[in-house]
Design a binder for this molecule. Structure first.
Ligand code: GDP
Ligand code: MG
Length: 317
C-alpha cells in the first residue's frame, strides 16, 4: 500500500493533465485492487469533471478524484433500516474471512445500543464452530441457540426464531457454514434457511451480510460475485482492514457489484467494528504519504490506549 501511495503522489505531481497523466493514474488505480472496469469508469467521470470544472492542475485533480470515489462509496439510502425493526442478520462468506468474529462484534455493537440480540449457531459443518460462537456469546453476554455439530442448519434457525419471538429479541444473528467449493449445497442450505425465515418469522426483516477479507484483493471480489449469485446479498462486512492493509478493494466491490460496504472490521476484539464511512476510507487511501504516516502514528497511539483500557470482560454476563 505504501508503494501505491507513493505512486499516487508521483502521478499528482505531474505538471500537466495530459494523456501521460491519465495513463499513469489508470495504472496506479488498477494495481491498487480497484479493478479494470471500475478504473475505466472512474477515469471517464474524472475526465468529464476536469472539463466541466476547468481543472488545470493534477494536484487539484486529486481532490476531485477523492470526492468522486466517496460519492460512489456512500451506502444507499436505507442501508441500515434493518436496525429499526425486528430483523434477522444472515452472515455468509467463505471459511476464515471473519464471519464468527464479525457476529461477536455486531452483537457487542448492537447490545451496546440497547438491542436484544440472539445468536443462531447455524454453522454446524465446521468442527468447533459452535463452541467458538458459544464462547463469544458468553463473553459479549448474548443468548445463543445451538444444536450439535453436523445437525441441520435450518433446524437451528427454526429453533432460534422461536426463541427470538419468545424472548422478544430485536435482532437474530445467524452464523452459517462457508463451503463455497460446494456451491450447490451452500445454495440449497441458504434457500432452506430463507424458507424457514419467511414462513416462521415473516414479521422480521432479513438482511444478508456477506463477509469478505479485505486483505485478499481480487479474490474477495470473486467471492462476492459468487455469493451475490447464490443469495440475496444486502451488504458487505469488510474485515481485517486495520493498519496499512487498506486497498481499493472496497471501491471495486461497491462499483462492480453495486453492493454497499456497510461495516468495517479492524481487529479481533468485540469493539473492532464500525459502520462504513466513505470519507475516512477514501481519505486514508488518498492522504499524502506524509499525512498518512502521521495518521498512522495517531491511530497506533489510540489503539494502544484502547488496548490498555481494554474490553472489560468482567462487565459481561
Ligand atoms: P469464519 O471462518 O469466517 O467464521 O472466520 P473467523 O471469525 O473464525 O475468523 C478467522 C480469523 O480471522 C480469526 O483468527 C479472527 O480472529 C480473524 N479476524 C476476523 N476479523 C478480523 C479483523 O477485522 N482483523 C483481524 N486482524 N483479524 C480478524
Ligand atoms: Mg466461523
Amino acid at each position: 500500500m505504501a508503494g501505491f501511495l507513493a505512486k499516487l503522489k508521483q502521478v499528482f505531481s505531474f505538471s500537466e493533465i495530459d494523456e501521460d497523466f491519465y495513463d499513469e493514474l489508470e495504472e496506479t488505480l488498477i494495481t491498487s485492487d480497484i479493478g479494470v472496469n471500475t478504473t475505466e469508469e472512474i477515469l471517464d467521470e474524472l475526465r468529464e469533471l476536469v472539463r466541466e470544472e476547468k481543472i488545470k492542475k493534477p494536484a487539484e485533480c486529486r481532490e476531485a478524484l477523492a470526492e468522486l470515489i466517496k460519492e460512489r462509496m456512500r451506502p444507499g439510502e436505507g442501508a441500515y433500516d434493518f436496525e429499526n425493526e425486528p430483523c434477522v442478520l444472515l452472515i455468509v462468506g467463505v471459511n476464515g474471512v471473519g464471519k464468527t468474529t464479525s457476529i461477536a462484534k455486531l452483537s457487542n455493537y448492537y447490545k451496546e445500543r440497547g438491542k436484544k440480540v440472539i445468536l443462531a449457531a447455524a454453522d454446524t459443518f465446521r468442527a468447533g464452530a459452535i463452541e467458538q460462537l458459544g464462547m463469544w456469546a458468553q463473553r459479549v453476554g448474548v443468548d445463543m441457540i445451538a444444536h450439535t455439530e453436523g445437525s441441520d442448519p435450518a433446524a437451528v434457525v427454526f429453533d432460534a426464531v422461536a426463541a427470538a419471538k419468545a424472548r422478544g429479541a430485536d435482532m437474530l444473528i445467524c452464523d452459517t457454514a462457508g463451503r463455497l467449493h460446494n456451491k450447490k449445497n451452500l445454495m440449497e442450505e441458504l434457500k432452506k434457511i430463507y424458507r424457514i425465515l419467511e414462513k416462521e418469522y415473516s414479521s422480521a426483516r432479513v438482511e444478508t451480510l456477506l463477509v469478505l477479507d479485505g486483505t485478499t484483493g481480487q479474490n474477495a471480489l470473486s467471492q462476492a460475485r459468487e455469493f451475490a449469485q447464490a443469495s440475496n446479498v444486502d451488504g458487505i462486512i469488510l474485515t481485517k482492514m486495520e493498519g496499512t492493509a487498506k486497498g481499493g478493494i472496497g471501491i471495486a466491490i461497491e462499483s462492480e457489484l453495486k453492493l454497499d460496504v456497510k461495516f468495517i472490521g479492524t481487529g479481533e476484539k468485540p469493539e473492532d467494528i464500525s459502520k462504513f464511512d466513505p470519507n475516512s476510507y477514501v481519505d486514508s487511501i488518498f492522504a499524502e504519504p506524509a499525512e498518512k504516516e502521521e495518521e498512522e502514528v495517531e491511530n497506533k497511539e489510540e489503539g494502544e490506549s484502547k488496548e490498555e483500557g481494554g474490553f472489560n470482560w468482567n462487565n459481561v454476563t
